[in-house]
Design a binder for this molecule. Structure first.
Ligand code: PGA
Length: 254
């Protein structure tokens, strides 16, 4: 059982913010038998939060890593640096990185390899745009994103994929849970049939997951967890979402 419920704080937070967040989280989280939780804060806080998060059992990770290991890369952080400060995973290829920072499939493949070499769990994000969806291209676009990212990898052995429709991120709108379920089935088929040497550990859903909709989403069999953005900024909400997840998937603390 790898990480299943990840918080992505994006460009939010401060030292005061995360201290309050952990207080709220700890007051509301009931615990799990497994290490299922992860938190990706802005990288400047990784080191401090890695120490802070041991007690509730939350792994920390990066929202992004560079596609090179070292050198003249002003402003970047490497997979090894994330590992060095206690990080356990790296989110790779988030649609905001693809859109705002022009991240390419070749860079995404290189990042997946580097994460893997540094023993970070790579979380590959894929997702279709509103236009892709309107023209019924969702499945073909997702397949293309998976194949292009994985074809370029040479040392990837384990992987988690986060399916995040671009139109669902931060919009308050999600696909129907059954639709997500069938897309997850398709993603698993593609990876298992075309990349059998890669151990696909989980397919998470991301895009406007919140306290209200998490129950219906987590009920679906092929939805192995979630990548939560906006709703993860509230420690209490994220704890409650984690409690719902643990309850529905039978992972509660014994
Ligand atoms: P959201 O973001 O939960 O705010 O929609 C999810 C994500 O982008 O990972």
């Amino acid at each position: 059982m790898g990480l299943r419920l990840l918080a992505n704080w994006k460009l939010n937070g401060s030292q005061d913010f995360y201290q309050t967040w952990f207080q709220e989280f700890n007051q509301n989280y009931h615990g799990s038998r497994y290490d299922i939780l992860g938190l990706a804060p802005p990288s400047i806080f990784l080191n401090a939060i890695a120490k802070y998060s041991i007690n509730p059992g939350i792994a920390v990770g990066a929202q992004n890593i560079d596609w090179l290991s070292f050198g003249e890369r002003t402003g970047e952080i490497s997979s090894e640096m994330v590992k060095d400060v206690g990080g356990l995973f790296a989110i790779i290829g988030h649609s905001e990185r693809r859109t705002h920072f022009g991240e390419t499939n070749a860079e995404i493949s290189a990042k997946l390899d580097l994460a893997s070499q540094a023993s970070l769990d790579p979380i590959l994000c894929i997702g279709e745009s509103a236009e892709d969806r309107a023209s019924h291209k969702t499945k073909s676009i997702l397949e293309q994103q998976v194949v292009r990212a994985l074809d370029g990898c040479s040392s990837l052995n384990t992987l988690t994929i986060a399916y995040e429709p671009v139109w669902a991120i931060g919009s308050g709108i999600t696909p129907e849970p059954q639709e997500i379920n069938s897309i997850h089935e398709m993603i698993k088929d593609v990876v298992q049939s075309r990349f059998s040497s890669i151990d696909l550990q989980a397919v998470l859903y991301g895009g406007s997951v919140n306290l209200k909709n998490s129950q219906l989403i987590f009920r679906e069999k092929e939805i192995d967890g979630a990548l939560v953005g906006g709703a993860s900024l509230c420690g209490e909400d994220f704890a409650e979402i984690a409690n719902i997840f643990n309850g529905l998937k039978g992972l509660e603390k014994l």
